[in-house]
Design a protein. Structure first.
Length: 272
């Protein structure tokens, strides 16, 4: 899909209400997914998003009856209005992290959620954050990926909460769902729908492994040993970013530094 992303209806069960919070990290804004089984009265709201510019009121008006609100992870651009929307709708909020649940137990891996006949399977996919989950919608062969897979570009492994080892494992798990025929399309939390799930996931793995090798080489270039002579420990990630991400807009370097920190931690763990 090319051009501006504005959300819309997808399949027989999905509607994306785009939040008005575009930015460097959020792309076009946060995708709030409203899922409903055909003919059912109650919906599921995934990632109700931020407070900006009346998004809560839009959700209140557009969603009708809501059976449950689900969070792919805790970042505020996904979770900020969850508790208030739940209060308005008289429903629960469920997330992998108990701290973000309201009136219900936390999500568990492989759990099946059923609201009005709509079935979603919870797929634990840590990496972007420790509490990141995806949701498999079997009836559409769709995976709602949260921030683990974006509609454009690649995601940030948000060190120290995000870790590269679990990230690789999670992308491989998503890829296995494609291989098994369970997933054909990805509905991300930012950016457009991805119709070629397998190709996207292959790119994600290849890109991250390539970046990892670039980080390894940049670290070696800076000097030998765990802390190159003359460079303070806390300066190393930024110095690596300046080498590896030299062709990337500097407005993205802070985010890149989080991923570099996760990559350096992964390299240390692998060496140990």
């Amino acid at each position: 899909m090319s051009g501006a992303w504005t959300g819309g209806d997808f399949g027989e069960r999905g509607r994306c209400l785009l939040a008005p919070n575009p930015g460097i990290m959020t792309l076009d804004g946060t995708n709030t997914w409203v899922l409903r089984e055909p003919g059912a009265s109650a919906s599921v709201v995934v990632d109700p998003g931020p407070i900006e510019d009346g998004h809560l009121d839009l959700l209140d008006e557009a969603t009708g009856d809501v059976g449950v609100i689900l969070l792919t992870h805790h970042h505020f651009d996904h979770s900020e209005v969850a508790a208030e929307l739940a209060e308005r709708k008289g429903c629960a909020v469920r997330a992998f992290d108990p701290a973000y649940c309201v009136g219900a137990d936390p999500l568990t891996d492989d759990e099946v959620i059923d609201v009005g006949g709509l079935q979603l399977q919870v797929v634990a996919t840590p990496g972007h954050t420790a509490d990141s989950v995806s949701f498999l919608l079997p009836a559409e062969r769709v995976l709602l990926s949260g921030d683990m897979v974006l509609g454009r570009g690649t995601t940030v492994v948000a060190h120290p909460d995000g870790r590269l080892g679990p990230y690789f494992d999670s992308i491989e798990r998503m890829r296995a769902l494609v291989t098994a025929g369970d997933v054909a399309t990805i509905w991300p939390a930012h950016g457009p729908v991805l119709d070629e799930a397998g190709g996207v996931l292959d790119f994600y793995l290849a890109h991250r492994r390539e970046r990892l090798e670039q980080v390894r080489a940049a670290f070696a270039q800076l000097g030998e040993g765990p802390f190159p002579e003359g460079i303070a420990e806390d300066e190393i990630p930024r110095r690596v970013v300046e080498i590896v991400y030299a062709d990337v807009d500097e407005s993205l370097w802070d985010a890149a530094e989080l991923s570099v920190q996760a990559q350096l931690a992964y390299l240390r763990e692998s060496a140990g």
